[in-house]
Design a protein around this ligand. Sequence first.
Ligand code: DQQ
Length: 598
Amino acid sequence: MIRPKGNLVSISLLQMAKSNMEISAILSLGLFSLLLRIRIDVEASQHGIEYVQYQVPESQPYRTAYHFQSPMNWLNDPNGPMYHEGVYHLFYQYNPYGAVFGDSMIWAHSVSYDLINWVHLDHAIEPSDPFDINSCWSGSATILPGNKPAILYTGIDANNYQVQNLAFPKNLSDPFLRVWEKYTQNPVITPPSTVDALNFRDPTTAWQGEDGKWRVIVGARNGHEGMAILYQSEDFVNWTVHLSPFYRSDSTGIWECPDFYPVSINSTNGVDTSVHNPSVKHVMKASFQVNWHDCYVLGTYDPEKENFIPEDDFTGTNLDLRFDYGKFYASKTFFDPAKNRRILWAWVNESDSSQDDIEKGWAGLQSIPRQVWLDKSGKQLIQWPIEEIDKLRDKQVSINGKELISGSIFEVSGITASQADVEVSFELPELESAELIDPTRVDAQLLCSEENASSLGIIGPFGLLVLAAKDLAEQTAIFFRVYKAQNRYIGLMCSDQSRSSLRNELDKTTYGAFFRIDPNLKKISLRSLIDHSIVESFGEEGRIAITSRVYPLLAIDKEAYLYAFNNGTLNVGISKLNAWSMKKTQFDDEQSFSYSLE
Ligand code: DQQ
């Protein structure tokens, strides 16, 4: 039975019979004073649960064009991303009953041939049994020998304890792996006595050691301590706990969605999660619920002692390495054998209120999938939007060799600025004149909000104004400043949302991060993917990423503009700027899916 959770759609569903039927619900969306007709088809599933299929409401200014979104309702973590027999699978946390997080979360399921265009399938894993009756939370996929995928996920059981469960595809010859069956002996892992049973979740993709045994880690908490607990198995079904935590930290609280994988030390290629040899380092990522940051450390995995030795520990502060310094949480990677790369997905939450989300009828996006690899320095990861994104590039404008004069601003016209991809390379003036950094100001985010895009500097602030209104009454500034420190130059990259919307009551936090400037190159590069209500920016060829959500009132669709600006006293060059309008990706349900795989 559908369990209504109080949003408009579920209230309508309450009155429905089980057989196929169609209703039109006129939903009044207070925010935009729009009346949207949403067609809802309800059909009984083979599990006795009613699935909801719908048309995406038209003319919503904050729906995205080329980011992954569910047709409606609440979405959070990416789950179990994998590549299997020519098809990419993305599962994700989804509330079928409303646009806010719910107490009966499920695994929704979509498939793609190119990671850009998607087909939404029936839900893969839903609460059904005592071991997951109160929700099916996050987890990961592992491809077992014989090319058989297995999913380990967290069930919230009848006592509200967090246990780990297994599910397998019902029919391996179905190219979309539509139906998933839960292992009858679930749960396969229950909380050990050393951790809080209400905070023990999110199993990783498992890896196989040379001894043939499988290993998996699960995020956990004990008081303020956060940790990853290791389990081993010969058969993927019977798991035994390893005595001491695989890796832990003192003051981070629960580690949500840990991710543990090798990266090559001499190539941008990804490697399978089970690879362990002298040409790899390991990455340990944890999502810290205390500050909603996805942080990682690099280190060495010792399979004999069964532990991980990090090069630097998590600090639980702004000093931790992060994938993204904006909104980017519960991320997860997978190895893509088709292109020998490792791909990172993350949940990008809204910045408006729950009430706004209920009115919009949806909440949450997935980031653009990013390829990740180890920087040549060996000290951090690099991320870059997967190459498939370039296929969406449409109309192009280019500007070469332009001087961005002190105090100037100019419009980059000729593309659809609300749906764009912009790449720009800035040439810096003589660095000696850069302002001295105050060594006590170590918080980049704070510095970005105090010395924002409109405050004057010497080298910077300069950068882009995206999703801007014609008169600049609304603008999101992605900008840089350059500082001088003892014996080195420091760059600051910021994403300033403080003037992004005339609407109040939005989270307009400014984000920022420091990076090192190579004085020999005297260049800074920026790529921004702009998609109606999301801006994903990559500085320094993927060394820094900042994602923000913005909801302009004026700067929507054709009324959005793109500018370049310089508020520093020194001129900056634009050696190259390329901007493209971006095409919309295709999201289908299975019925309207035009390809045939049978
Ligand atoms: N979201 C899931 C949990 C996970 C959290 C529940 C992270 O499994 O810890 O939707 O966003």
